[in-house]
Design a protein around this ligand. Structure first.
Ligand code: ADP
Ligand code: MG
Length: 153
């Protein structure tokens, strides 16, 4: 299993790590983001959006649950991303209301999911897991672990 670890010492560095990671992504990929509230999951996605030249400001989707962004890759192909934050989901039936499984099965879109554990068994076919760990007594330091889980499509 392939895994990479990085240290980040600022939100800018976390964004830069996200931006570099984005290069590896292809349409349809599913990326879960693990880590505490305030770890930097949304900052990481912001870096991904920079790579794909998304012009909309990437706000935290915690209150909106799902955001969609449109950008392009270096070959100028249009790239669509979903950024889903399940933090506010309390029961799995709410996933149906937001159309979670339909979103996840869209093969043309790159999908980022914060708080994937809230989706329970609906969270399938994960290609990458990004774990961002905070460090005790180091307010801005993060350990970012990126694991490739592969896919069978
Ligand atoms: N190394 C770092 N990487 C990412 N964010 C950091 C870092 N150091 C401090 N921060 C701060 O932590 C917060 C991370 O917020 P956010 O990305 O919304 O977290 P999450 O989505 O994981 O809840 C921001 O306020 C950011 O300024
Ligand atoms: Mg967030």
């Amino acid at each position: 299993m392939e895994a990479d670890s990085y240290h980040s010492y600022s939100e800018e560095e976390t964004r830069a790590i996200g931006k570099r990671f984005a290069e590896k992504l292809s349409p349809g990929d599913i990326i879960t983001l693990a880590g505490d509230l305030g770890a930097g999951k949304t900052e990481f996605v912001r870096g991904v959006c920079e790579y794909f030249s998304v012009h909309d400001i990437v706000s935290s989707p915690t209150f909106t649950i799902m955001n969609q962004y449109i950008g392009s890759n270096p070959h100028d192909d249009e790239i669509a991303l979903y950024h889903i934050d399940l933090y506010r989901i309390q029961e799995e039936k709410e996933l149906q209301e937001i159309g979670f499984s339909e979103c996840m099965s869209d093969e043309h879109v790159i999908k980022f999911v914060e708080w994937p554990e809230k989706a329970g068994s609906e969270m399938r076919n994960i290609d990458w897991n990004v774990l961002i760990k905070t460090m005790p007594d180091q307010e801005e330091e993060r350990l970012i672990n990126i694991e490739y889980l592969g896919k069978d499509r």
